[in-house]
Unconditional design. Structure first.
Length: 443
């Protein structure tokens, strides 16, 4: 029997567990760890609350989680509660699927002002992540600036724009819904340091901006390159650019009766944030594109900004005992291999790119490498204690582990607390999650 520890229960973690099950069948026991008492990582706290169909993939992970040779172990932090060395002594292979939970720094003067947030924190707030639920952004100002032209920027702009009715079947948490409902935002500026041909927005997600009840996208036709140049774009990006052209062509008529403008501000890179306590304005430097890169022209412009959310990418958390690439913000690895018997997968391996589905081949790929390392003896001859050893260690440390059965109780309580039409109302603090487990716990 071989023992595999997967650290992180998000998409890359569960795809790795699924692949291990398929590759090794009854010859493997898989423990999937999470620092939270609840599984699914980015599916629960990253994917937008109004994108429930994407969240549906958790049913596939649940099937894996409920199978005989896989178990979920929540409420334990590897790297502090249990060290990497301790875990490596108990399992044949460790796979770190810990994602990229921290914001990339904006790195401009004024970034520390109030009401300036990175998307990890802001998205965590409206998704009820226990670490960020108390963020309490001030949404009473009229202008929000969202930095970045990727899908996360689109999520943030859309969430800031939607009406209470448009959130009806979402699992946005009540504290965010209430605050958004009384928000004063009239203008959302999406700031891109490059141009329309360099956006990272995918067509389906960009198209949603054109369907909002009280907001409409605004694109200045003068920012668009000649239409003929679109032919050289890859098909997905070409579709997105076509949407920008449609937004530009619709002009003011698209805004009739819609009080919120979502303005695309291209060729503008953040230069400084201005304010005393809270942010009041953003200075941007105009850019030109040279060989695909944004180059500052030295021309500075000031835009009002009552709220700033930077959606410019994420970093992984270093873990003591593991090699980390500071510059790239992820684990140092060679196609997922970090140290003998220690691997990484998903965003922890490749950085924050791709969709949920991109993690599937990633998970299957890392299991293939584990298979190779088993075959050539890198992973030793077996005889590790696996979960029995882990449970004894956890007991000796007094850890309060959460099982999948426990999680199902949390899930049930969240479903029962849901607003009419909504799938769940999430617990937003750890104590409340643990309380929902009641006294009837597995030993
Ligand atoms: P992203 O797609 O990499 O976009 C980041 C944006 O930030 C880019 O426009 C980038 O501009 C800009 N940026 C980076 N550094 C900057 C700086 N210092 N100043 C100004 N702008 C800066 O990242 P993301 O939006 O965080 O998304 C992460 C991944 O999750 C992506 O693969 C995304 O597709 C995926 N995702 C998917 C969905 C969905 O499918 N529904 C939803 C959310 C996220 P440059 O291009 O000039 O660097």
């Amino acid at each position: 029997m071989r023992h595999l520890a997967i650290i992180g229960s998000g998409p890359s973690g569960y795809y790795t567990a699924e692949a291990a099950q398929k590759a090794f069948g009854d010859d493997i026991r898989v423990d999937v760890f999470d620092r939270l008492p609840v599984p699914y990582g980015l599916i629960r706290s990253g994917v937008a609350p109004d994108h429930q169909s994407i969240k549906g993939v958790s049913r596939r992970y649940e099937k894996v989680a409920l199978s005989e040779n896989v178990r979920f172990v929540g409420n334990v932090t590897i790297g502090s509660d249990i060290s990497v060395d301790e875990l490596a002594g108990l399992y044949d292979a460790l796979v770190f699927a810990t994602g990229a939970p921290h914001d990339r720094e904006l790195g401009i003067p004024g970034a520390e002002l109030g009401n300036v947030f990175g998307s990890a924190r802001f998205v965590g707030w409206y998704n009820g992540h226990p670490e960020f639920a108390r963020l309490a952004p001030d949404l009473t100002g009229s202008t929000a600036v969202v930095i970045g032209m990727g899908n996360v920027a689109l999520d943030v702009a859309r969430i800031l724009s939607k009406t209470r009715e448009e959130f009806a079947d979402s699992d946005i948490v009540n504290h965010a819904l209430d605050q958004l409902a009384s928000a004063g935002i009239e203008r959302i500026v999406l700031l891109g340091r490059r141009g329309p041909h360099q956006i990272m927005m995918t067509p389906k997600e960009l198209g949603e901006l054109g369907e909002l009840a009280r907001a409409a996208p605004v694109v200045d036709p003068a920012d668009l390159p000649p239409e003929g140049d679109d032919a050289m774009l890859e098909p997905g990006l070409r579709k997105s650019v076509t949407l920008l052209r449609q937004f530009a062509a619709a002009g003011e008529t698209a805004r009739e009766g819609k009080p919120i403008a979502i303005e695309f501000a291209f060729f503008a890179q953040p230069h400084a944030l201005i304010g005393t306590d809270n942010v009041e304005a953003i200075e941007v430097e105009r850019t030109v594109i040279e060989r695909g890169r944004a180059v500052g022209t030295g021309e500075i412009e000031r835009l009002p900004a009552d709220l700033v959310v930077s959606c410019i990418g994420y970093r992984s958390s270093p873990i003591p005992g593991l090699p980390f690439d500071e510059r790239a913000g992820r684990f140092a690895n060679d196609e997922g291999r970090m140290l003998p018997g220690i691997y990484c997968v998903g965003w922890a391996r490749r950085g924050p790119t791709g969709t949920i589905g991109t993690n599937r081949p990633d998970g299957y790929g890392i299991v293939e490498k584990i298979g190779e390392d088993l075959a050539d003896g890198t992973l030793g001859n077996g005889g590790k204690q696996g979960r029995a050893g882990f449970d004894a260690l956890a007991r000796s440390k007094g850890l309060d582990l959460v099982t999948f059965r426990d999680w199902k109780k949390i899930e049930q309580a969240e479903e029962q607390a849901a607003r009419a039409g909504a799938p769940r109302e999430k617990f937003v603090d750890l104590a409340a999650m643990m309380q929902a487990l009641g006294d009837d716990r597995e030993p």
